[in-house]
Write a protein that binds this ligand. Structure first.
Ligand code: GSH
Length: 219
């Protein structure tokens, strides 16, 4: 039976979709608009906060993109993306899977400031500055980690790169990642992957969260 993924274009559910595509699994994508679609009683019965992603696999319903990544790897991995318990890179793999959210929360805060809060007068330049600085600090950690290697783990590409790669997909809209040469090259490497491209919004998608390339130029 196919997996079912509740998804909004460019939201954290893109992580789950990208990983499902890397694993070449069958999936039915339920595509929601970002906003009121997520607050139906039906959807709230799956995700109590009405957020994405949410994954259904048979009887199982699971939310939180990091947990979904771990579940998909331990259930369906083809031997490449998981670092199983006992693997010497296991602790590091877990660390980077979850570090993805450390980056994403700053990008999400900036999304709220630049997009969700419609009225520019209600936005806070102080919050924007602070979140941008914290985003850049978090990306700086990747810059060091990627010195002399192509992916976060020495052994190569893994699900951790999918999680972090999504965070950079959003983060690069709020700061110039070219200031971090290792990260910029890493992001290019990730965004050239077929599975990444398959997780992007359709060319004619109307429900995109991000309609501009450089939100940072405005703050
Ligand atoms: N830590 C959660 C975050 C989930 C989350 O906040 N998703 C956002 C999209 S990126 C969402 O659904 N927001 C809708 C809302 O807050 O109403 C995860 O990684 O799954």
């Amino acid at each position: 039976m196919a997996l079912k993924l509740f998804h909004c274009n460019e939201a954290r559910s893109m992580r789950s979709l990208w990983l499902i595509n890397e694993l070449k699994l069958d999936v039915d994508v339920v595509l929601f608009s970002f906003g009121s679609d997520l607050r139906s009683d039906d959807y709230l019965s799956r995700h109590p906060l009405g957020r994405v992603p949410c994954l259904e696999d048979g009887e199982l319903t699971l939310f939180e993109s990091g947990a979904i990544a771990e579940y998909l790897c331990e259930t369906y991995d083809n031997g490449l993306l998981w670092r199983a318990p006992g693997h010497k890179e296991r602790p590091e793999w877990l660390q980077w899977i979850h570090y993805a959210e450390t980056i994403a929360v700053h990008a999400a805060g900036l999304t709220q400031q630049a997009i969700v809060i419609n009225d520019p007068l209600l936005r806070s330049p102080t919050v924007q500055k602070l979140e941008t600085r914290r985003l850049e600090k978090a990306i700086g950690v990747l810059e060091n980690q990627l010195q002399g290697r192509d992916y976060l783990l020495a052994s190569g590409f893994s699900a951790a790169d999918v999680g972090v790669g999504y965070s950079l997909y959003i983060g690069r809209l709020f700061t110039d990642i070219n200031a971090f040469p290792n990260v910029a090259a890493y992001y290019t490497r990730l965004s050239n992957r077929e599975a990444f491209k398959q997780s992007l919004p359709a060319a004619d998608a109307k429900d995109k969260i991000y309609t501009e390339r450089n939100y940072w130029l405005k703050s």
